[in-house]
Ligand binder design. Sequence first.
Ligand SMILES: *[C@@H]1O[C@H](CO)[C@@H](O)[C@H](O)[C@H]1NC(C)=O
Ligand SMILES: *[C@@H]1O[C@H](CO)[C@@H](O)[C@H](O)[C@H]1NC(C)=O
Ligand SMILES: *[C@@H]1O[C@H](CO)[C@@H](O)[C@H](O)[C@H]1NC(C)=O
Ligand SMILES: *[C@@H]1O[C@H](CO)[C@@H](O)[C@H](O)[C@H]1NC(C)=O
Ligand SMILES: *[C@@H]1O[C@H](CO)[C@@H](O)[C@H](O)[C@H]1NC(C)=O
Ligand SMILES: *[C@@H]1O[C@H](CO)[C@@H](O)[C@H](O)[C@H]1NC(C)=O
Length: 435
Amino acid sequence: MRFKYTVSLVFIVALVIIEKENNIISRVSDKLTPWQTPQTPLPSNVSGLALLKQNGSYSSLSELDSAFMHLKRRLENYTERLEALRGGRKHILLMTTTRTGSSFVGEFFNQQGSNMFYLFEPLWHVERAMTLESGGTNATVSAKAYRDVLEQLFLCDFSLLESFIDPPPVDHITTALFRRESSSSLCEEPVCTPFVKKVFERYHCKTRRCGPLNFTLASESCHQKEHRAIKTVRVRQLETLRPLVENPLLDIKFIQLVRDPRAILASRMVAFSAKYKNWKKWAVDGDVPVDDDEVKKLKGNCDNVRMSAEVGLRQPAWLQHRYMLVRYEDIARYPMQKAAEMYRFTGIPFTSQVKEWILKNTQASKEASGVYSTQKNSSEQVEKWRFSIPFKLAQVVQKVCGSTMKLFGYRFVNNEATLLDKSISLLEEKTFTFR
Ligand SMILES: *[C@@H]1O[C@H](CO)[C@@H](O)[C@H](O)[C@H]1NC(C)=O
Ligand SMILES: *[C@@H]1O[C@H](CO)[C@@H](O)[C@H](O)[C@H]1NC(C)=O
Ligand SMILES: *[C@@H]1O[C@H](CO)[C@@H](O)[C@H](O)[C@H]1NC(C)=O
Ligand SMILES: *[C@@H]1O[C@H](CO)[C@@H](O)[C@H](O)[C@H]1NC(C)=O
Ligand SMILES: *[C@@H]1O[C@H](CO)[C@@H](O)[C@H](O)[C@H]1NC(C)=O
Ligand SMILES: *[C@@H]1O[C@H](CO)[C@@H](O)[C@H](O)[C@H]1NC(C)=O
């Protein structure tokens, strides 16, 4: 009786394992592009099952043992093959919002070297297309589109992204990729094709004259690189990206970059002058109407950032070893140390090329400028906002983004004098620990 019970229990466990394995295998098979197809195709029926007698009983323990060993070997074999497919490849998503220093931090990965395929803000096209199509974005629909595009891009498949590019690429060729020049992989051989001047056409890379972008070439280059990194300011909720973690072909690491919301507002008022005209008006005269849509939007942004971080910091099983939170202020103060930490977290070599880039770009003199410039004296830049935002706007941010600020360790100011007194730090020393 007891033996029989054990046998059926084992049978159930084995079935569960097989079922799970089949699910993963079929998911993987769906995602495989032709050259990733394993040498020997996976059998559609599971041989382990055949060994288990239909009525779930075994004539001997040794028979059961052998069936079990067989299953175990299959699972081990499968795990090995999956790892061989992934090949130690890492997929990094730098997730943030605008004006957080993300171009600068993105460069940490863009500069890694010939092993890295880096994309700068590919979701720009997705947001734009969805806004034009429906006169506004529906958060649920766009979250799904963002997720699917990211998943494909991490697998070097540009087809979904292409469907969002306007004008649509012809034969996988485009001149319209947003900020192509920010991705060194798209501006170097062999993706940089010779530039043949046509009327009204400009070349698309800063350092080189490259012809239009051929996505077929980009995809080939992506496949040849060991690691892949994407920077985006458009994903609102970390939770929506859970399917990427569950895709066995991806070994994904999320780095959430945050910054003091008061500094973000100050920076946006300069960079997006037209869009922030209400804020600029409130800065000079009158009270800030706290029920204004602009204020609600700010609150919404802060809430999204906080909720994503709360999920990450809670470290649910699906995010273990996959989430890291960094404050821009810490990167600006200790760029080399923070970059090293980020690289340690991703498991990718911190190359001398990155180190040199950081050295060169964090001690820059004042002459470097431009709102999108990454070449700034970073420890000096980080406090500049305190002199460009009036106290009353800082107060509004503190009111609607208070819980976000507390979570990340940004201190409140109670009066203008404190805001302007640089000897008073508005940053709590805080370490975010990760298992
Ligand atoms: C798998 O299925 C095929 C066709 O149904 C059958 O011929 C074969 O024997 C099965 N293999 C195993 C290992 O059960
Ligand atoms: C279970 O299957 C084995 C062999 O297939 C058979 O000998 C045995 O009688 C079956 N037992 C029951 C309870 O059906
Ligand atoms: C793993 O399985 C494949 C296909 O079934 C087989 O060709 C290969 O020899 C197995 N590898 C090992 C190490 O058992
Ligand atoms: C967003 O789209 C989903 C799915 O089409 C729909 O159910 C939902 O009502 C939409 N939400 C808004 C605010 O339009
Ligand atoms: C784009 O690159 C692919 C792969 O090298 C090539 O086959 C194709 O002809 C290129 N397309 C154009 C229009 O040059
Ligand atoms: C960068 O700014 C810091 C803080 O103001 C200053 O100590 C340092 O000398 C500056 N470095 C350069 C190269 O300007």
